[in-house]
Design a protein around this ligand. Structure first.
Ligand code: AMP
Ligand code: ZN
Ligand code: ZN
Length: 414
């Protein structure tokens, strides 16, 4: 083995020899123009042959700081750069940066108003975890910051993708001794995302989004949590904003906030503490913290317009770093203008006649969707497939609800 000492940070790599210096640099993914290679106390060039147990040193030579960007805090070697912040960080200070952004989101300027308050250390939080990078990183951050936070995973029945996601959430919880609630949509409500989508005219994302929002709230209400927390990040929120603006969905714009307050019984507020952090930052956080997450995307997400809006914003961000954040934060800063639109539409909020959860109609959107699905399902599944409605849990708690935004009327960001 060729023994290679590297600097900034100091480390040793073993590489199979013999090989040339050029091959070695290739193997280590190093740019030959940014390093010096030292063998037997002398400088060597790319064509130099290294025998199988040679010892070499590779020294970075970029002036103004050896080998690339420096950490904005400690000047050590940086592992991630964020053009938006015109900064780079070493692993430890990157973790601080991410946690500080979450802190800032929790204590955002409007947090003094009751409606805009996220949560405090006195609150019991329920974080909805999908097994993806955002929500698991969020759970990790909230635990690290010392909040009382349990997890909720919803099994949507999307084949191997759902099984792998559930395992990852369970392993995450077990490793930290944290509590994870698991609700299987099929077992609890008699349909899955794919079977539900195939038996209605709604898209898979539509069926799934409504089901998830309902279950988030239901579990939180049933177990007495003070707030539901989701992993929506800067990219998610900016893409949702673009979509809402392109279609001038005034009512959705009015409710697109980092906090969706609960204004009645049987509803808990929803918070998005990652709205200041990008997708890339969240992925990097997971890598740095060693958090295992499901890298694959949901197989049903294809053609979802949210994806297209993300790509458009990324194209913009490439030429104008910070554009995405300016777009979203600028909107949030002047949100009052949009909130006027929805302030008082006069619709009374009552309790769903089936499940007791809040609704502006007689039956909530979730129960109506579920009924349509369960009516259609046995037909699609062929003779003999009895509807699983009978296995559904009994209708919910006492119908005393009055809430501003009933489940199912939330905007499209899932
Ligand atoms: P998505 O709608 O897939 O972009 O997810 C948005 C947020 O919803 C995630 O960051 C999670 O907080 C939550 N979430 C998504 N899927 C699930 C799931 N299967 N179980 C629990 N929470 C989920
Ligand atoms: Zn540092
Ligand atoms: Zn209902």
């Amino acid at each position: 083995m060729v023994r290679v000492s590297l600097r900034n940070p100091d480390r040793v790599e073993q590489v199979e020899g013999p090989l040339t210096v050029g091959e070695l640099l290739d193997r280590l993914d190093l740019n030959p123009t940014t390093v010096l290679v030292i063998h037997d106390a002398g400088l060597v060039t790319a064509d130099h042959e290294l025998h199988a147990d040679a010892e070499v040193e590779i020294r970075p030579v970029i002036s103004g700081g050896a080998g690339g960007p420096r950490c904005a805090v400690c000047r050590g070697a940086a592992v991630i750069e964020e053009p938006r912040h015109r900064a780079a960080w070493c692993p430890a200070h990157f973790v601080d940066h991410v946690q500080n952004q979450v802190r800032k989101a929790i204590d955002h300027p409007q947090a003094s108003r009751a409606r805009e308050r996220m949560f405090s250390y006195a609150d019991r939080l329920l974080v909805a975890v999908s097994g993806g990078k955002d929500s698991l990183a969020l759970w990790d951050i909230l635990l690290e910051l010392g909040y009382r936070v349990d997890g909720l995973y919803i099994g949507l029945g999307i084949g191997g993708y759902s099984r792998r996601s559930q395992r990852i959430c369970e392993d995450f919880a077990a490793a930290r001794g944290a509590r994870l609630h698991v609700v299987d949509l099929g077992e609890a409500y008699g349909y899955t995302t794919p079977s539900g989508a195939s038996s209605t005219t709604r898209s898979a994302c539509g069926v799934c989004g409504l089901s998830k929002r309902y279950v988030f709230n239901k579990v939180a209400v049933d177990h007495g949590y003070d707030a539901v927390v989701t992993g929506h990040n800067l990219d998610d929120e900016a893409a949702t904003l673009l979509g809402n603006l392109l279609r001038w969905h005034d009512d959705f714009l009015a409710r697109q906030r980092p906090v969706l307050p609960a204004s009645g019984t049987n509803q808990v507020r929803k918070c998005k503490p990652l709205y200041r952090l990008s997708e890339r930052e969240m992925a990097a956080y997971c890598v740095v913290r060693g958090i295992d997450y499901v890298v694959e995307e949901c197989p049903l997400v294809d053609g979802n317009t949210g994806q297209e809006h993300k790509e458009m914003l990324n194209a913009l961000e490439r030429t104008a770093p910070g554009a995405k954040a300016q777009f979203l934060f600028g909107f949030l800063d002047r949100h009052d203008r949009f909130a006027e639109e929805a302030r008082d539409d006069g619709t009374p909020i009552g309790a769903c006649d089936r499940c007791g959860m809040p609704t502006s109609g007689e039956t909530c959107a979730f129960c109506r969707q579920r009924e349509r699905i369960l009516t259609a399902l046995p037909v699609l599944a062929g003779a003999g497939a009895a509807p699983t409605a009978a296995r559904a849990p009994a209708a919910g708690t006492a119908p005393t609800a009055a809430a501003a935004a009933a489940a199912g009327t939330d905007q499209s960001s899932g």
